[in-house]
Ligand binder design. Structure first.
Ligand SMILES: C[S@@+](CC[C@H](N)C(=O)[O-])C[C@H]1O[C@@H](n2cnc3c(N)ncnc32)[C@H](O)[C@@H]1O
Length: 191
């Protein structure tokens, strides 16, 4: 089972001009994005191969850009959040690492091009994850610090994304990824 996460980053910078020393300030919450990269792929056993992360960058100066990291091919050992942000900065500078793809693609196009089926929108008020049957190769969509805007939600509703909740409390996007990874790991142990 391959799990895919899609992070809609409303302010993520679309140029490689952010400072690795000030990820929260200069990069349009690049700290949040870097944490999501770490949460998706980094484990004490090495890099996770069964995950894909697409980050839709909608911040200035050149939106939208979608950067996708494919765990199966991505062979860089990340060194924390700064290392993750560096991978993104290199990709935006036209030097993507193996397993990293950069496309001029909006959130709407990305979502509409996905195969119909196992698409889940992580939302505090959705159906309890425990009660949802997770399909083959699931795709989970997450918002950033602002959540997902009305236009994004409309697209998700139109393609039939199921709203799934991890509980009534709001978590950081990166924490949601850790929770989902853990849930799916337990499911795959039982397979
Ligand atoms: C920090 S939260 C966004 C909070 C923002 N204030 C809002 O109102 O949406 C970032 C993202 O994590 C996901 N998320 C956070 N807590 C969740 C929960 N309890 N269940 C499902 N998804 C959650 C959602 O996708 C959310 O857009």
């Amino acid at each position: 089972m391959v799990r895919t996460f899609i992070l809609k980053s409303s302010e993520g910078r679309t140029a490689p001009d952010f400072s690795l020393k000030s990820l929260a300030g200069s990069g349009g919450r690049m700290d949040l994005i870097a944490r999501c990269i770490v949460a998706t792929f980094l484990t004490p056993r090495g890099m996770r191969k069964d995950a894909i992360l697409s980050i839709v960058l909608e911040g200035p100066p050149n939106p939208p850009i979608t950067v996708t990291i494919y765990g199966r091919e991505f062979d860089r050992r990340l060194v924390g959040e700064v290392g993750a942000a560096e991978v993104l900065r290199e990709a935006l500078a036209g030097r993507p690492s193996k397993g990293v793809r950069v496309e001029r693609k909006s959130f709407e196009r990305l979502i509409r091009e996905l195969p119909r089926g196992s698409l889940y929108y992580l939302h505090e008020e959705g159906e309890d994850l425990e009660k949802v049957e997770i399909g083959e190769d699931p795709i989970f969509v997450l918002g950033d610090q602002k959540g997902i805007d009305e236009k994004g939600e409309k697209v998700l509703d139109e393609v039939g994304a199921k709203r799934v909740s991890l509980g009534p409390f709001s978590y950081l996007a990166s924490q949601c990824i850790v929770i989902i990874n853990n849930e799916l790991d337990q499911l795959s142990i039982g397979e």
